[in-house]
Design a protein around this ligand. Structure first.
Ligand code: BTN
Length: 279
């Protein structure tokens, strides 16, 4: 088996030039979930920008109550504690865009480190080709002095082989190594990500969501595709993904179009499971 350089706070810090992200790094060899640990540390008051990173997870959490496959030594699993004094009238916009900005930052960092073309499937699946190479799970909470915090958790499939995935993931998941034929230095990838996310967050804070939204739309391969959306109540809706709205919602227009003269139904989705059907 190939042995990769271990994850190392020293290696990350040696090239880190962020304001806050990654200044404190909590590295664990094995943990149940970096998100769970980051939420616990945030409740206990740990500082903004703290990163919890692990070589493996026993109960990695995915979106929609799924598990995140987290074998040791080949991938990156990490969570960042974010404490930003966001004004009340911008909180909804911030909470909508944080997961999307995280996907954007992850896509940009993979691309900068590997030169592979990364697309985003709304809301925050990272794709190489049509296969998933990474995912993001954001959680929110309130600290001891009632101050709100968010935790963004990122899992990236980096140096593993596709045949190591459990059978139910083998067709839909991939790794950077599988798609590019090259192994990636994980500390470098993580450092790049911290720079990219901090830059996105600064852009959002100083100028709002307009430019972040533009960059996200350019990367989002869901736009223009016919998709099947499974809604939170279990209902399915097939339609053309028209755009990402300024609040981060996915707008889908019913397909096939009604033949009885009625206008097509339009959905504005905040949460859904999306399958790309065709372009
Ligand atoms: C998804 O289902 O697409 C989201 C997956 C998020 C997985 C990451 S791995 C690091 C962090 N800790 C967790 O328990 N989950 C996130």
């Amino acid at each position: 088996m190939h042995r990769f350089s271990p994850l190392s706070p020293n290696a990350i810090n040696s090239t880190l030039a962020t304001q806050a992200f990654g200044h404190r790094i909590e590295l664990r060899d094995q943990i149940d979930s970096t998100n769970r640990e980051a939420v616990a540390l945030a409740h206990a008051g740990i500082e903004h920008g703290t990163v919890v990173v692990a070589e493996s997870q026993t109960e990695g959490r995915g979106r929609l109550s799924r598990q995140w496959f987290s074998p040791p030594g080949v991938n990156v699993y990490f969570s960042i504690v974010i404490r930003k004094p966001i004004a009340n009238d911008r909180l909804a916009e911030w909470l909508s865009w944080l997961p999307l900005m995280t996907a954007l930052a992850a896509a940009e960092s993979i691309e900068l480190v590997t030169a592979a073309n990364v697309a985003i499937k709304w809301p925050n699946d990272l794709l190489l080709g049509e296969r998933k190479v990474g995912g993001i799970l954001c959680e929110s909470g309130t600290g001891a002095r009632s101050e709100p915090f968010q935790v963004v958790g990122i899992g990236l499939n980096v140096n593993g082989d596709r045949r190591d995935f459990p059978e139910n993931l083998r067709e839909t998941a991939t790794t950077i190594y599988e798609e590019t034929g090259r192994h990636v230095e994980r500390n470098r990838l993580l450092t790049q990500f911290l720079h990219e996310l901090e830059a996105c967050v600064e852009e959002f804070e100083s100028r709002g969501s307009v430019r972040v939204a533009q960059a996200y739309r350019q990367r989002c391969s869901t736009i223009g595709k016919t998709v099947k959306a499974t809604l939170t109540d279990g209902k399915e809706f097939v339609g053309l993904a028209e755009t990402i709205e300024q609040d981060g919602a996915l707008q889908i227009i019913q397909r096939p179009l009604p033949t009885d003269g009625r206008p097509p139904e339009i959905q504005h989705l905040r949460v859904a499971d999306i399958i790309h059907l065709r372009t």
